[in-house]
Design a protein around this ligand. Sequence first.
Ligand code: ADP
Length: 325
Amino acid sequence: MKTTVLNLLRENSEHISGEEISKIIGVTRAAVWKSVKKLQEEGYVIESKTKLGYKLIEEADVVTSDVLRPLFENNNLGQVVHYEQKVDSTNEVAKKLARNEGIEGTIVIADIQESGKGRLGRTWISPPKTGIWMSIILKPEIRPQYASQLTLLGGMCMCMAIRNITKLDAQIKWPNDIVIGNKKVCGILTEMSAEMERINYIVLGIGVNVNQNEFDSSIPHASSLKVEGGMEYKRSEIIKEFIDVFEEVYEKYKKDQDFTKFLPLYKSMCITLDKEVKIIEGNKESVGYSKDISKDGDLIVTTENGEDKSILSGEVSVRGLYGYI
Ligand code: ADP
């Protein structure tokens, strides 16, 4: 009913009266009014004028399955969109689905994520509706040791998607955070279930700060696209752009299984290179100079005693010497 009213509003560029809508769909005018109110509560801007009726002024920033699913009609990924208003963690929901009927490309998304996860047991702060809290199920036929490359590619594609939509100068902080200026706007947490030679599934968990105005004091290095760009962005638009960009990269990667093809592009967007960095492994910290990214996606760092060391993603955190980056 609500969706039918919405579609009628979408089809009419001018006002359409409550009476007309009620006749078309065969319900009372009061029922039409109720649907309009619900839509307004969801964030659709609907003008209501006596005598003239209703007019849709602006689409809402909705990420439910009935809004997202049609966007992926021509994609391979996104054929299933599993929306829940509130979850503990989209990665947890996605892993449960992936173990059962969840097919490759399933998108799990929520408006409210109560226990968002970061890497190494950290938390990801996810205020209601203002960010993209989603996980994508992937079931690629690649060797398990290559899974971390997909994390890097996921970060690279989100960086491109953010650049395309916002025109902001987004960059990758190795391995897969997205930063703008000195601030983190997106984090990615990849989880995998695998056997020796075979991946059962990968869950690519993505958190993007989209429309927050302010941040918890525990994350002074965080920012949002809105803070950086000075305007609000539609979560659905960023998600669509990401799926388009990622799908192309992912298909190529699965076909050739050659990460080096993407390495020049990744490096060109990576802010962690040619820098003094601090490497944090548990409670051990060391300092080095980040000089390259290997063909497998590891960070090559020259340590203080002049040796080159390969750092694997997933095990460590890298910080700039004088701040977050
Ligand atoms: P890193 O290795 O850079 O610490 P993680 O991938 O482990 O990053 O992400 C978790 C960390 O990100 C948390 O410890 C916290 O500092 C930070 N964080 C948590 N929520 C957010 C957020 N919404 N935006 C930016 N940073 C966040």
